[in-house]
Design a protein around this ligand. Structure first.
Ligand code: SAM
Length: 422
């Protein structure tokens, strides 16, 4: 082979490692999504599923891009102190439901806090924000809403490595009332099923897609098909949070555990500086009214685009002078208020949500985020419009998984200005 001329382009490092190669690398930290970030000797980033920070691992490369490798964990050469053997037997059978079960539950909130700090540093350039990991919530039997796929009339979860459905003989994170339906239910003619239970009311519901005709579950369970919901049928259960009873319809969002909902309410209350009932309160992306109800607002303004959720909110807030606006936040004309909570879907506020938040001129804002990258983008935008980020408190609603909720507290720097122009 001829020698490379001295002025030839440097060798592209991506050429030196290929798919199928085995590499031994140290892991540095978790990233949003739950993978561990490791670095090769020449400094390239490797994302590895199933590893923890502070380990030395052997992994097989599964994807090569110019600046990023993906790899599959083969062996943990030096384990992190927080590594544990997952207790759920379904994981060994390939269930992809709990992607952080290899970390000790007590260590998970801090691992997630580090992911949030890193997102704020890298994406928002906010370096010294206090991010509290929050108090751990029970890591088993907690989940009151569970979405499952169906194979051969039985419920299961997608495999970690493919789209195959692993039919499960149990689920450690599902609330026992939900786990029983997942394991014993028969779902003939169903592709996907959502099991919802009220942990504190004992009420249960199964929502089957595309139809519920072939569903067989105990007689106490309300059963409804998405075809029936489309034709206008209503079905709901109730749950209790912070001493309040909530109606939750089949297609309304509700937090997936009542103790977690209480932790969120408490974090939002703190972020808003403990507003009294008479504070002008706006609840953006308000759902069935969790924050409006539980924070005790006398006359909340709730903005929500789901008709089912607004109908529930009307019932849940019937003892208040609430203004319920069934519309997209994009179309809301901000009204001035003292305090505002915004709890958007995974994509975050985006420009329209940020404009709505800032347009209200709220002196205090609580932003509830379920994606660290979206949180960082939104925080940067809100800070850019004249707010100070006071701190972030995490609520670990979903132990054993990489998911986390973050409540960020913002304060308007010039509170006399009632509406911030955007
Ligand atoms: C994460 S949930 C939060 C609901 C409520 N805050 C709670 O804690 O139960 C987000 C809610 O925002 C609603 N939503 C999503 N996009 C919206 C939009 N552009 N405008 C208004 N509501 C929206 C969804 O229907 C859902 O009810």
């Amino acid at each position: 082979m001829p020698a490379r001329p001295p002025d030839a382009d440097p060798v592209d490092p991506a050429d030196t490692i290929g798919v199928g190669d085995e590499i031994e690398v140290p892991t540095v930290r978790l990233v949003a999504g739950g993978d561990a970030l490791a670095r090769t000797d020449d400094g390239r980033v490797v994302l590895v599923e199933g590893a923890l920070p502070g380990e030395r691992i052997l992994a097989e490369v599964t994807g090569v891009r110019p600046r990023l490798l993906r790899a599959r964990l083969l062996d943990v050469v030096e384990p992190a102190a927080d590594r544990v053997e997952p207790s759920c037997p379904e994981l060994a059978r390939g269930c992809g439901g709990c992607d952080l079960a290899h970390a000790a539950p007590a260590a998970q909130p801090e691992l997630k806090a580090e992911v949030v700090r890193d997102s704020l540093r890298r994406i928002a350039r906010l370096d010294d924000v206090e991010v509290l990991a929050g108090h751990p919530l029970p890591s088993a039997g907690y989940r009151t809403t569970v979405r499952a796929a169906v194979r051969d009339t039985h419920a299961g979860f997608r495999s970690r490595r493919s789209h195959d459905v692993v039919v499960v003989g149990g689920c450690e994170v599902a609330h026992p009332l939900a786990a029983e339906l997942l394991v014993d239910g028969v779902f003939d003619g169903v592709d996907e099923v959502v099991v919802r239970v009220g942990a504190r009311t004992g009420e249960r519901m199964v929502v089957a897609h595309p139809t519920a005709a072939g569903v067989s579950v105990p007689a106490d369970v309300r059963v409804v098909g998405t075809d029936e919901l489309r034709r206008g049928r209503r079905a709901w259960i109730h749950e209790e949070v912070a001493g309040h009873r909530f109606r939750i319809s089949a297609d309304s969002f509700f937090q997936a555990r009542p103790d977690g909902a209480e932790a969120l309410v408490s974090a939002v209350r703190g972020a808003l500086g403990d507003p009294g009932p008479d504070a002008e309160f706006v609840d953006l992306y308000g759902g069935v009214g969790l924050f409006s109800v539980a924070l005790g607002s006398a006359a909340p303004v709730l903005v929500e685009r789901s008709a089912a959720a607004v109908a529930d909110a009307r019932v849940n807030l019937e003892d208040r002078r609430a203004r319920l606006l069934k519309m997209s936040v994009r179309r809301w004309r901000p009204t001035p208020c003292d305090v505002l909570v915004a709890d958007p879907a995974r994509a975050g506020l985006g420009s329209e949500g940020v404009a709505a938040v800032a347009g209200s001129g709220a002196a205090r804002v609580a932003l509830v985020s379920c994606d660290p990258a979206a949180l960082a983008r939104d925080a940067a935008s809100i800070v850019g419009l004249g707010y100070r980020l006071l701190g972030v408190e995490l609520v670990d609603l979903f132990p054993q998984t990489h998911h986390v909720e973050a409540v960020s507290a913002f304060e308007l720097l010039e509170p006399t200005r009632r509406a911030v122009s955007v």
